[in-house]
Design a protein around this ligand. Sequence first.
Ligand code: ZN
Length: 78
Amino acid sequence: MSGAQHNKGVRHCPFCKQKAGIRIIYGSPPIAVYLLHLKGEVILGQCRSNKSSPDWHCKACGCRWNERTAAIVHPSNV
Ligand SMILES: [Zn+2]
């Protein structure tokens, strides 16, 4: 599917620089996204989504960040 890159993929963490960032999906996910969640390739967030919500989660250091605002939420601040 051509839109796979939107929901899937790994990003470099802006904090620890490891390639361990996975997508945080908000709201009710389609089954394909839920299967990715079971495989640990995405994270399901709360049922809310606004511009400041972090949309990436680092599996290495646990921080989250928002791609648009570049705001990083460190695990110690959560
Ligand atoms: Zn990290």
